[in-house]
Design a protein around this ligand. Structure first.
Ligand code: PMP
Length: 323
């Protein structure tokens, strides 16, 4: 579907997957005016197809659009775009255990001009791709790399928007993480380089021995994860205290050393909830890669996936039928 400054959104169509044409001067290629979302469609036992909180993805896309000076797409149009794509072929949504159809809506400036201003022509598209289980061969705790040279976003920047530039900023530190045997990079705040923010593609939680969950607060520099918000809700439902506040690396290290911190996990749409076993940086390494995943980590993961796959009642009204 295309947006123009004079005509608004028009020309919605579903087309076969394939290359798209962009003028060499299309402003997205030069100024990165683009945003995206990531969510999944799940097949339930009766064959029906559902998505988990797509309205939250629509709202986040709207917030990202505002920050990137892109046009607003309504929640109804967002969800309709997912429905129409899936309606082409319902068999795209796999049915094997813990598989899903990954949906990637994205919006980009397609006007051709060189000059820094927001584009007068924008395209919105959705691609879909079947996704297998994130973990093959059982759930293993991740090792993560603390980036001390690079940050991802600063106050007033793009950190809370789901836009390519944030991921561009994380590619080099992500390579550093791989070189050091880690699956993901952990970013620190750009003001003091002291407080943890998020992983390259996931939010982070620490669990205290008294069952309190602690996670970095939202201050415009990290992505407002929908899994993060859902985990907070489920934990509170179970009577856990949840603290959203600054967490220093020192607090993490001291907490693991003293036994105060008993579990650490990351969460996001792709991996749902995954235990973190090791935190590594140039100067130190803590944790144990062969440790068993924490009990709370695994039971929150099970509860969330049970809701997503329709195995448990959807008491929060989080599921929306797509087909
Ligand atoms: N942080 C970043 C940088 C991400 O890319 C993602 C994945 N979208 C998340 C956090 C988790 O967000 P969500 O739970 O909405 O997938």
């Amino acid at each position: 579907i295309t947006w123009t400054v004079d005509g608004g959104w028009h020309d919605a169509e579903v087309v076969p997957y394939g290359p798209i044409t962009l003028d060499p001067a299309a402003s997205v290629l030069h100024y990165a005016q683009e945003i995206f979302e990531g969510l999944k469609a799940y097949r339930h036992a009766d064959g029906s197809i559902w998505s988990f909180r797509p309205e939250a993805n629509a709202l986040r896309l709207q917030r990202s659009a505002e920050r990137l000076a892109l046009p607003q797409l309504s929640t109804e149009d967002f969800i309709e775009s997912l429905r129409q794509l899936i309606a082409v072929d319902r068999s795209w949504v796999p049915s094997a255990h813990e598989t899903s159809l990954y949906l990637r809506p994205f919006m980009y400036a397609s006007e051709s001009f060189l000059g820094v201003r927001s584009a007068h022509k924008v395209d919105y598209r959705v691609i879909a791709s079947p996704a297998g289980t994130y973990f093959t061969g059982g759930i293993r705790p991740l090792s993560i790399w603390l980036s001390t040279d690079y940050t991802r976003a600063g106050r007033g920047g793009l950190g809370a928007a789901k836009t390519g530039g944030n991921y561009a900023a994380s590619l080099l530190p992500q390579e550093e993480a791989y070189r050091n045997g880690c699956a993901q990079v952990l970013f620190l705040d750009s003001d003091e380089g002291k407080y943890i923010e998020e992983l390259g593609g996931m939010n982070v939680f620490l669990v205290r021995h008294d069952g309190t969950l602690i996670t970095p607060e939202l201050r415009g520099t990290i992505l407002e994860g929908i899994t993060r918000e859902s985990v907070i809700r489920l934990a509170k439902d179970r009577g856990h205290a949840v603290e959203e506040r600054p967490i220093s690396v020192q607090e993490w290290r001291d907490g693991v050393a003293s036994g105060e911190i008993t579990e650490v996990f990351a969460c996001g749409t792709a991996a749902v909830i995954t235990p973190i076993g090791v935190l590594k940086s140039r100067d130190f390494e803590i944790g144990d890669a062969s440790a068993e995943p924490g009990a709370l980590t695994m039971s929150l993961r099970e509860e969330l996936t049970d809701i997503q796959y329709g195995r448990k009642p959807d008491r929060h009204g989080w599921l929306t039928q797509l087909g």
